[in-house]
Design a protein around this ligand. Sequence first.
Ligand SMILES: C[S@@+](CC[C@H](N)C(=O)[O-])C[C@H]1O[C@@H](n2cnc3c(N)ncnc32)[C@H](O)[C@@H]1O
Length: 197
Amino acid sequence: MENYSPSCERNKQVILEQIAPRLPQNATVFEIGSLSGQHALHFTQYRKDMRWQCSDIEENLLPLANNIQSFGSDNLLAPVHLDLSRADTWQHQQVDCIYTANTLHIVAPLLVENIFKIASAMVNPGGQLMIYGPFKYNGQYTSASNTDFQQWLLDRDPQSGIRDFEWIETLATSAHFRLDTDIAMPANNQLLVFYRQ
Ligand SMILES: C[S@@+](CC[C@H](N)C(=O)[O-])C[C@H]1O[C@@H](n2cnc3c(N)ncnc32)[C@H](O)[C@@H]1O
């Protein structure tokens, strides 16, 4: 497994337990910022009816493609190149769901906005946008470890950082999504599920 992530191994089952009952039969899912593809590999093993496509920036695309070729099942398609900083050139396809995990605190705010622009263009009416990761609420971190994590993120890249839930909900509303559920997950993460109106 290239670009192996220990945290993905820890959280993939708990995420699957939340997303699997929410995704309709034969759902088409597009993932942004897949890195190793460990989430997609796990989810598509369990849900053989789904068609899932991963994506990532150029530097992470070959390891992702190698992992999918080595370990993926038929319903996990070859990954594609998507750089959120070039979202204006992205060729949209229609899908039932966009899934992204641990990306909003990594990319710059403008690129977070681009996630919603892409989701607005790609997700069918009644479809979903699922976002996993840490958030803050009313300016407060949900744990001391997330406060430390925020400092670590900022030291590494001042454009990154744990996002305000309220800002994310505003972006979602502007992109014609409404929040369906906000699930507290282990290790001070959340799973936000939005529906396309
Ligand atoms: C912390 S990793 C999360 C990976 C995986 N989803 C997970 O949960 O472990 C952040 C991901 O965002 C991707 N990323 C960073 N900048 C990006 C950009 N400009 N466009 C798209 N993806 C980007 C990285 O390549 C990486 O796959």
